[in-house]
Design a binder for this molecule. Structure first.
Ligand SMILES: Nc1ncnc2c1ncn2[C@@H]1O[C@H](COP(=O)(O)OP(=O)(O)OP(=O)(O)O)[C@@H](O)[C@H]1O
Length: 247
């Protein structure tokens, strides 16, 4: 059984059908990709999978339990984390604090909000472990606003990982990154795949083909192809429509 699966999802906005019978399955320990042209329905799919929208029809199962329509915070508590395309960091706070504020242990102890977070050694150690994981150990006490764009993306992933999720959803992780930052991000995803199940929506096909174990192609609100990168390379229709640049 897949760790996470979506079965026969349908979604319309007003009279516009945006997803029609979308089914996806993500296996534990793998990197799964979702790609497709602009307006295909990828972001809507992502938002439904991570609880931001409820589907009109269909089921979403995580570890066998139906989670469709549950609110994002309930979904997050179950071990499902997502990063956002738009960066959502506390710019004036230092890097380690951004992670500390996202730790479940910090969130659970609401009385701590008014106290100095740095005084709690256990929290600090936990946050520094996350920073080491995303390659930002040496930037712990810089303000988030002073990080490079690529480092900010890594921090954003660190914030998502603070909850030690079972599955991590990344929404266009390469967006806005130059070639070098994209390479660093690829190295980070390779490290993370040892520990986490990862699902990413991605426009950069080269990045996706290099890293994903399997990819679903969404077009016109439907999954039109699914397979390993090499299977998709061999799919004539996919080659002709979308993959010319990597095939
Ligand atoms: N809240 C909404 N209300 C109405 N229509 C919407 C809404 N969100 C998305 N749509 C429409 O649904 C379709 C799919 O949009 P979606 O953002 O899911 O596509 P996408 O594949 O993520 O595209 P992109 O790569 O450009 O982000 C588009 O035609 C979009 O205009």
């Amino acid at each position: 059984m897949a760790l996470f699966e979506a079965v026969h999802l349908h979604k319309r906005f007003g009279s516009r059908v945006v997803l029609e019978d979308v089914s996806l399955a993500f296996e534990a320990g793998k990197v799964s990709g979702i790609m497709g042209p602009n307006g295909a329905g990828k972001t809507t799919t992502f938002n439904i999978l991570t609880g931001r929208f409820a589907p009109d029809r269909g089921a979403i199962r995580f570890e066998g339990r139906d989670i469709a329509g549950r609110p994002p915070h309930a979904i997050a508590r179950m071990g499902i984390a997502r990063s956002f395309q738009l960066m959502t960091l506390f710019d004036e706070s230092v890097v380690v604090e951004n992670v500390m504020l996202a730790l479940p242990a910090f969130r659970a102890a609401q009385t701590r909000v008014a106290t100095d977070v740095f005084a709690d050694k256990a929290l600090m150690d936990e946050a520094r472990e996350v920073l080491a994981l995303v390659g930002l150990g040496h930037r712990a006490f810089q303000k988030a606003k002073d990080l490079s764009y690529g480092e900010r993306r890594a921090l954003e992933i660190g914030v998502a990982l603070a909850a030690d999720p079972k599955i991590l959803f990344l929404d266009e992780p390469t967006s806005g990154l130059g070639a070098e930052a994209t390479r660093s991000l690829a190295a980070l995803v390779r490290r993370l795949r040892e520990r986490f199940t990862i699902v990413m929506i991605e426009h950069d096909m080269r990045f996706l083909f290099e890293l994903a174990d399997e990819i679903s192609v969404i077009h016109w609100g439907q999954v039109i192809a699914h397979g390993t990168p090499s299977e998709l390379m061999a799919n004539k229709w996919v080659r002709r429509s979308a993959l010319a640049e990597v095939a």
